[in-house]
Design a protein around this ligand. Structure first.
Ligand code: PLP
Length: 397
């Protein structure tokens, strides 16, 4: 299997810092904020009370109920607690969902609107399916259209991995466009929708007025074949906790829970009260972080506009900018590196200007000319790092 490209850049940053370089890291997709204190306290209290034993595979009922209530209330996905399983991060939920829907050796295909998060394709292939990328054009804000979707579907299509808001695109689809895509999917009864909504709460209507989240699981004609995936990593600044979840139609959920029971069993039992606390009592903290990310999205986009010959889409969700830098391919850097790809661009940028970005190659065929910059970092980092990028790009010959 391919190593995760984002984790690989993370390791290069650690190595560069160990050499004493002052690195500006735009590589990691994780909030720079700490987990809200009330959520931490809920776990500490649970631990002190002795919640240290095995828990049911799918999780404590109270936490599953809180998730079901959230999905029903906020997402319009009517969910009962027994349709929910709490997983070791959203990544684990996506892994299981793909293992469940793909039959190896049958020629199954899974659709992937791209550019897409680096782990989807390896996880689709690991499950035994062919990954069919559908390219979202920069000109269309990285979004795919219903006619592109229709053209990608055939008798072998068993699923689609849907991700809005998107990593790495930094955009959310307007609800009306998601509905149009759901309408197309509803014509094909075999297709299971795996909807990864991990950035759902990080949407910036202050940048794109009226922009809201839409869950495919709330679309009547798809409800019976949609697996909704989410987690606490991004919105609640809890990446290191490893808390994700999925909700599926009951028959599917039962199978997924069996799979989980043989893989990991439950997550740490003292996290369950923290999940309830996050979902029922932390909206203010989420909003404070969301508003900061919105400010940084604007700052990042304005800063990138000063860099010569790159094409970018203004981020309106998640915490990524994903500019196309391919106009610089064929040039040579000050330290004589030939820039031939996003990978060589990112490597030379880190080596020479000490700015870490993730090269686009692993986000899809259509992303080979792009680099990803995470703005889940301080405003000073954004200003400083993009200024270094601007100066370095200006020195390419
Ligand atoms: N889905 C997307 C789109 C992501 O960007 C990430 C993390 O970068 C994940 C899932 C993984 O989330 P978790 O930390 O909950 O496993």
């Amino acid at each position: 299997m391919a190593e995760s490209a984002t984790l690989a850049v993370g390791a290069k940053v650690v190595a560069a810092k160990a050499k004493g370089h002052d690195v500006v890291a735009f590589a990691m997709g994780e909030p720079d904020f700490d987990t809200p204190a009330n959520i931490k306290q809920a776990a500490i209290t649970a631990l002190e009370k002795g919640m240290t034993k095995y828990a049911p595979t799918a999780g404590e009922k109270s936490a599953r109920e809180a998730i079901a209530a959230k999905l029903t209330r906020e997402n319009g996905v009517p969910t009962a607690f027994d349709q929910v399983t709490i997983t070791a991060g959203a990544k684990h939920a996506i892994y299981m969902a793909l293992q469940a829907i793909v039959e190896p050796g049958r020629g199954d295909e899974v659709l992937l609107p791209s550019p897409a998060w680096v782990s989807y394709k390896p996880l689709i292939e690991l499950a035994g399916a062919k990954c069919i990328e559908i390219a979202g054009a920069v000109e269309n804000g990285f979004r795919i259209t219903p006619s592109q979707l229709a053209a990608s579907i055939n008798a072998k299509t068993v699923g689609i991995v849907w991700n809005s808001p998107s990593n790495p695109c930094g955009i959310a689809y307007p609800a009306v466009e998601v509905r149009a895509l759901c309408d197309e999917l509803s014509k094909h009864e075999k297709i299971v929708v795996i909807s990864d909504e991990i950035y759902e709460k990080l949407i910036y209507p202050e940048i794109a007025p009226g922009l809201t989240h839409f869950s495919p699981g709330s679309f009547d004609a798809l409800r019976h074949r949609t697996i909704t995936v989410n987690g606490l990593s991004k919105s609640y600044a809890m990446t290191g906790w490893r808390v994700g979840y999925l909700a599926a139609p009951l028959a599917m959920a039962k199978e997924l829970i069996k799979l989980q029971g043989q893989m990991t069993n439950s997550i740490p039992s003292f996290f369950y009260p923290a999940i309830v606390e996050a979902l029922t009592n932390s909206a203010d903290s989420v909003e404070t972080m969301r508003a900061r990310f919105a400010t940084r999205a604007v700052l990042m986009h304005e800063a990138l506009a000063t860099v010569a010959d790159i094409r970018s889409v203004a981020p309106n969700a998640a915490f990524y900018a994903f500019p196309d830098v391919s106009a610089h391919f064929g040039k040579t850097s000050p330290q004589a590196t030939k820039i031939t790809s996003a990978q060589s661009f990112a490597d030379a940028l880190l080596e020479e200007a000490h700015v870490a970005v993730v090269p686009g190659e692993d986000f899809g065929e259509c992303a080979r000319g792009n680099i990803r910059l995470s703005f889940a970092c301080t405003e000073a980092n954004i200003t400083n790092g993009v200024e270094r990028l601007r100066t370095w790009v200006a020195s390419l010959r």
